[in-house]
Design a protein around this ligand. Structure first.
Ligand SMILES: C[S@@+](CC[C@H](N)C(=O)[O-])C[C@H]1O[C@@H](n2cnc3c(N)ncnc32)[C@H](O)[C@@H]1O
Length: 381
């Protein structure tokens, strides 16, 4: 029987297939943005790269290369045991591992590994780099939630990785609990998770500046089962998948979040907006929130002082000195901003309306909008 592409995708999802690897250029662009804002951001710091694997991962290679110029104190990376990850389907031990005196079976499949680079010039060549990385097996499988990886988190100042998307919520909670600085890659729709959104609202977490749209390509192991659209094999036989809508999630400061978004007044938007929904129309008021509908980020009126419902993608432009985030219209009324609930026996689309912001149309019917962030112009300095 021939498997369909969808069946392949489904099988990968079912196997909790989190095995894909971030590209060097994506890491470099984001770290450069932090360094541009604060050239000493990594100086004297211990950086932990969990959910990693130096033989595959560019994170370890990247930070090992920059160990000296970033002024790192210590670099630690941990990998997850092959047997704990999709039953070891993607695992072939590398020469790096098998030639090491540390290597042993079945530890190699059952245990995670920890790699450390500190100021020890192991090969005495006068530089600290990836060749000085020392490793050993962990006691357990390297799960980030284990006591031993949590102890490494507690030793670290900064945690950087692309964690398993399937455990994103738990990973964020683990970082917050550890009180560390962090920068991690996740799916852009994670911003609406109830475990993530309040952190964004209270400026404890924000989006990184260097990925704001489009797909991202990640390298996948040779044995990756996908044959789906967005799958690419390069001339060397290296396989990649395209993942839609990813972002960096961080609490490391960067310049973009301090740049004010340049906006027109409400009057000018109504006269000149490039969007036909706004030009000559103005702004509609919601029926179930005390806020106006702003369907495009670049149509946010600069002089409006009340609440505004704006697209979630506004977060790519969010400057906490310019606007405050009051809530999101995506769920129930967790933020206490709703004015009313619609009755299902009166209105056929009440379910949709109650989940979102609603607009009353001229014909008396209601339509729901996309999920909106509710923001307000910041008045206090
Ligand atoms: C999306 S991949 C990214 C790998 C690497 N950080 C990178 O970006 O190149 C996520 C990694 O997390 C590992 N992983 C999955 N579940 C884990 C867990 N509970 N604890 C630690 N690592 C886990 C997977 O084996 C996989 O290598």
């Amino acid at each position: 029987m021939t498997r369909t592409k969808n069946a392949d995708l489904l099988a990968a999802k079912k196997a909790k297939n989190d095995e894909f690897y971030t590209q060097w250029a994506d890491i470099e662009r984001e770290m450069n943005a932090y360094l541009e804002y604060n050239p000493d951001v990594f100086r004297g710091k211990t950086v932990l790269l969990p959910c990693d694997d130096p033989e595959w991962s560019n994170f370890t290679k990247f930070f090992a290369l920059h160990f000296q110029d970033y002024g790192l104190k210590k670099l630690i990376s941990t990998s997850y045991a092959p047997n704990s990850n999709a039953g070891g389907a993607f695992y072939t031990p590398s020469l790096f591992e098998t030639l090491s005196p540390e290597y042993s079976e079945p530890k190699s499949k059952e245990r995670g590994r920890v790699f450390v680079l500190d100021k020890t010039d192991v090969n005495a060549d006068g530089v600290i780099n990836i060749d000085d990385l020392q490793w050993k097996y962990l006691e357990g499988d390297g799960d980030f939630r284990s006591a031993e990886v949590t102890a490494l988190r507690d030793e670290a100042d900064i945690v950087i990785t692309n964690p398993p998307f399937s455990l994103f919520r738990e990973f964020v909670a683990w970082l917050i609990e550890g009180g560390v600085k962090f920068s991690i890659i996740g799916a852009s729709n994670s911003v609406t998770y109830k475990e993530v959104f309040p952190l964004i609202q209270h400026n404890l977490l924000w989006l990184g500046p260097t990925i704001t749209s489009g797909d991202r390509e990640f390298r996948v192991p040779e044995s990756y089962p996908l044959l789906a659209a967005g799958f690419r094999v390069d001339d060397d036989g290296t396989k990649y998948i395209r993942v839609k809508g990813v972002r960096w999630f961080t609490n490391i400061d960067h310049g973009r979040r301090h740049e004010p978004l340049r906006l027109m007044t409400m009057e000018d938007n109504t006269k000149f907006s490039k969007h036909k929904e706004v030009r000559g129309v103005g702004y509609l008021k919601y029926d179930n929130y005390d806020a106006i509908e702003v369907p495009f980020t670049d149509a946010i009126p600069a002089d409006y002082v009340g609440a505004m419902g704006v697209p979630i993608t506004y977060l790519d432009k969010y400057n906490p000195d310019q606007f405050e985030i009051m809530g999101i219209t995506d769920r129930g009324d967790e933020y206490g901003l709703k004015l009313r609930e619609y009755d299902k026996s009166d209105i056929s689309n009440a379910g949709d309306l109650n989940r979102r912001a609603a607009i009353k149309l001229a014909n008396g019917r209601y339509k729901s909008t996309y999920a909106r962030l509710l923001i307000r112009k910041k008045t206090t300095p």
